[in-house]
Ligand binder design. Structure first.
Ligand SMILES: *Cc1c(COP(=O)(O)O)cnc(C)c1O
Length: 356
């Protein structure tokens, strides 16, 4: 089965080798040194300043989203949330759970996020903006320069979930004025799930503990403290961290720009190949990480099933109201142009079949 998913994705052979080995004990100097290298390298890749920090959580991405909210926001705040799909909506739900006041900019499917929409929603009590840079449920990539400019103008704390955008789309914490950047292992890092990282700007590091964090497991101040010596307060995802260390070395060797270009080239290659098929690609700005494909004949679910059963190809289905019309094709992980050719050939054959 070949995965054209957005996470977990096709893993690299080296990751599979590492994942098959016995785990070491982790309260050791060697492990600490590895963690310090990973923290430093992640901050470097994210364009963070020297006084920024990264913490490692054993949780899926949603855990890191929740940790970011409970450590920086309280009932005294008002969070402006971009709700352009299921991941944006998750921020809304987390704020609801923790009784954090919010203002929501809701985008209907196909609607592009504009500066006007942000300015219209703005009120002087807004203290933070929460956004999923790439709203993975639709493929829309928001304009980080525009969002960052808006936040600078109004002095708003900027929390960015870049879980599906990191390594695929340009992001720079310093240039984009990002205070908190959320990453997770199973998207473009192509690692097993279970490890999420929260990158904190100097302003964010100083702000940790401002609202009284009522959670024990997600209290970032204990992660910052333990991280000073390359450790975590609780058992980390040891195996995923070892594999991350390896991926980071590979990414450094290849160069971030080249990694991003590889993903972008795959995305552009796929998009050019489906030009003649009876499907369409939405015309909002897209992440390089995946391509949403729209099925006007409402046969998305059947196409998904047939691709899996007959061709051994696994694209990503949508849930909810888009389940009949949208499928998503990932371009992250260990994929090649040959894989694109294979997927497009299968799509061409089965869509031709449906037309007869
Ligand atoms: C995948 C993803 C997440 C994380 O979801 P989990 O299932 O909790 O790992 C969060 N935000 C975005 C934008 C994602 O693509």
């Amino acid at each position: 089965m070949k995965l054209f998913t957005v996470g977990p994705v096709e893993m690299y052979q080296e990751t599979l080798n590492i994942s098959g080995r016995q785990l070491p004990y982790f309260r050791t100097n060697e492990f600490s040194q590895m963690m310090l290298y990973s923290e430093k390298t992640l901050l470097e890749l994210a364009g963070a300043s020297d006084d920024s920090r990264a913490v490692f959580l054993t949780a899926s991405g949603t855990g890191a989203m929740e940790a970011s909210i409970v450590n920086f926001l309280s009932q005294e705040d008002n969070a402006l949330i971009i709700d352009g799909g299921s991941f944006g909506h998750r921020f809304v739900e987390i704020c609801q759970r923790h009784h954090i006041p919010k203002t929501v900019v809701t985008l209907n499917f196909g609607e592009v996020l504009t500066r006007e929409a942000l300015e219209d929603a703005y009120t002087a009590d807004i203290t933070a903006l929460l956004v999923n840079l790439h709203e993975t449920s639709t493929g829309q990539l928001y304009d980080i320069k525009m969002i960052s400019d808006f936040c600078r103008k109004h002095d708003i704390f900027l929390i960015v979930d870049a879980i599906s955008a990191f390594l695929a789309d340009p992001i720079n914490m310093q240039e984009d004025g990002i205070d908190v950047l959320i990453l997770s292992s199973q998207k473009a890092f192509a690692l097993p799930p279970g490890l999420s990282t929260v990158l904190l700007s100097a302003r964010a590091v100083n702000g940790v503990g401002r609202p009284n964090c009522e959670m024990l497991y997600f209290d970032l101040s204990t992660y910052l403290k333990n991280g000073e010596r390359g450790q975590t307060p609780f058992t980390p995802a040891v195996g995923v961290l070892l594999a991350l260390h390896n991926r980071l070395q590979e990414i450094k060797k290849t160069g971030l720009e080249n990694v991003r270009k590889g993903i972008r080239d795959l995305a552009l290659d796929f998009r050019s190949r489906v030009d003649n098929l009876p499907i369409s690609i939405p015309n909002y700005p897209l992440s390089n990480a995946m391509t949403p494909i729209y099925f006007p004949m409402r046969n998305a679910k059947r196409v998904y099933d047939t691709l899996r059963k007959e061709f051994g190809l696994n694209v990503t289905p949508n849930g909810g109201i888009l389940s009949d019309v949208l499928l998503r094709v990932g371009h992250i992980g260990n994929l090649s142009v040959e894989d694109n050719i294979c997927l497009v050939a299968a799509l061409t054959e089965l869509l031709g079949r449906n037309n007869k």
